[in-house]
Design a protein around this ligand. Sequence first.
Ligand SMILES: CC(C)(COP(=O)(O)OP(=O)(O)OC[C@H]1O[C@@H](n2cnc3c(N)ncnc32)[C@H](O)[C@@H]1OP(=O)(O)O)[C@@H](O)C(=O)NCCC(=O)NCCS
Length: 209
Amino acid sequence: MFPSLTRDEVFRIETPRLWLRWPRLEDAAGVAQWSGRPEVAGATSTVPVGITTAEMAAKIADMRAINAAGAGLCFAIVRQGADGYPIGMLGGQAKPGKRFEIGYHLNPEYWGQGRMTEAVQALCAQAFELASIDAIEAGVRPSNIASMRVLEKCGFDASGVAEHESPLYGRYPIVTYALARSRPSALKAAALRRHRAATPATRELVGLV
Ligand SMILES: CC(C)(COP(=O)(O)OP(=O)(O)OC[C@H]1O[C@@H](n2cnc3c(N)ncnc32)[C@H](O)[C@@H]1OP(=O)(O)O)[C@@H](O)C(=O)NCCC(=O)NCCS
């Protein structure tokens, strides 16, 4: 799905404050420390609370294999001009029907500074640019307002509620989000939005009103 350009680890995405680069095995110990915290891991469907370095190394190996096969774009998020140490992880994988499904998590030390919004906007722009994708999708637990806000600020719309099956956390409901390529200037329009979290439509959908 993705071209040879992205299948080599020299490929990077630059945002105003961040680099999105391929994750490396030597990132595993540091990333495991913050991503295993309950408030981070427990909001994902794939990261166990207390994840070990070996488990994180296996995940990073999988992410690199997805990148190398051109089946997705999986990155470590690092701050520009800093130590190169990952403060977040962000990835997307191709799904049948020209869909691209994304997931992400950030070190709590950096929450609330607009960093994941910046990273997700850049990833989505590149995914649409580099691959034949019709829609980018994500699923969020109804209690995860911060993640819903990230998606809404990136131009995603809540499309429904579904039952999710996680090998780690069992079955639970998620709010499904989608960003269509056809949506006019979706990413630009998103930057101008100033809704309160989450938008009234989403609040109604997930029963927050
Ligand atoms: C979700 C997550 C990635 C957000 O990263 P972030 O860099 O802090 O996100 P941003 O700063 O770009 O945006 C967060 C938005 O949520 C808002 N927000 C956060 N908590 C909120 C709350 N309890 N109620 C209302 N709004 C809230 C922030 O104010 C901000 O919106 P604003 O810019 O309109 O003010 C981060 O919290 C995280 O890693 N969480 C754990 C893992 C996770 O949830 N992954 C996603 C699974 S679907």
